[in-house]
Design a protein around this ligand. Sequence first.
Ligand code: MRU
Length: 357
Amino acid sequence: MPADGTALRWRGGPDGQLILLDQTLLPARCQELTCRDEKTVAEAIRHLRVRGAPAIGVAAAYGVVLGLQSAVPGTTGSLRARLEEVIRCLAGSRPTAVNLFWALERMRRAADGLLAEPETGPALLSGLLDEARAIQEADVATCLAIGTHGSVLLEDGHGVLTHCNAGALATSGRGTALSVIYAAHESGKRLKVFADETRPLLQGARLTCWELLQQGIDTTLICDSMAAPLMREGRIHIVLVGADRIAANGDTANKIGTYGLAVLAHAHQIPFFVAAPCCTWDLDTPRGEEIPIELRCADEVTHLAGHQTAPEGVQVHNPAFDITPARLITGFISEHGVFQTADQAIALARARNMPFP
Ligand code: MRU
C-alpha cells in the first residue's frame, strides 16, 4: 500500500504549499503538483488530479489556507471577504462528495473563531493550517479504524470485488474499502481481489490495481461488465465499495457502476458493504434522489487515453456517480463499527457524541 500521505501533503508552515500526486498520470508516471493558491487546488479537484471523497475534503481544507495567504495582513473585513471568495471557488469544483463541503464548513467555523480575536493575520493562517492538519490527521485515524472494523467481514480464501478506487489514493490515510482489504491481508487472510476497471476514467485499473500490487495482494483486473459471470460462478464472496455521500436514509452515492454491482450482488445473494467515514454521511439530505450527481464532459466517454473511440457528434450521457438504494446495502463500515442500517449507524454516533456532520 502506498504510505499515508501519498495522495497529498502540506510542505512547510503557514506560508507553505500543498503537494498533490497527480493521479491523472498514474500508473505510468508519479508526478507531483505544487499548489500555491486555491484556484490550482480547485482545478486539481475538478480534473481528478486529487480525487476520492476524503482526499477532496482534505485538499480543499488546505486550499483555504493557500487562498488566505495572499490576503494577510489585512483587515477583518477584507479577510472575511477573501475567505468567502476562496470557499466559493473550492466548493464549485465538484458537487457530489459531501466531504468537500463538510471540510470547507469546518474551515469556515475555525476562521470565524480566529477572526473574532483582535489580532488576525498570521494567527489566522497558522490557526487555519492547524485545522486543516487536524482534518487530515483524523482522516488517517479514521481509515485505520474502518479497516480494523471491516476486516472481520472477510474470511480466508474470500473473493472480494471492489469498484473505483477507495484506497490510499482517495484519502490521506490507507483508504476506506481498501483499508478493510489491507487489514484482513495483514491479519493473514488470503484474499483474491477483483478490481473493476471503472469506466470511463479507469480509477480501478489505474489506481486500485497500482495500490494493491504494491502491497502484494492477489489482484485481478476485470472490465466492469465481467462482474456478473464472476458472481454466478461463485468467485465473489463480498463486494466492498466506498461512498461520496450517504443520505440520512442510507441511500449511497458512489462511482457510476456501483448501483449495478449492488443489484447484481443482491441477485446472487452476495453481501454488499459500503465503507465510509461519518463525514461522508449527509443528514441534511433525506434520500438519495436529492444527492446532486456530477455530470462530466462527453470526451471522457468518447475518448480512451486520448484516442477517439466513438464517432464525432454522438450524444453522450456521463454521470460520474449513481445512487445505490439503502435496501441493497448489507451494511455500512464506519470508524465506529459495522452497522446494518443507516439508523443504527446514526444512533450510535449520536449516543457517543461522535463527530457526525
Ligand atoms: O470520481 P472519483 O474518482 O473522485 O470517485 C471516487 C469514488 O467514487 C470513491 O469510491 C469514493 O470517493 C470513496 S473514496 C474513499
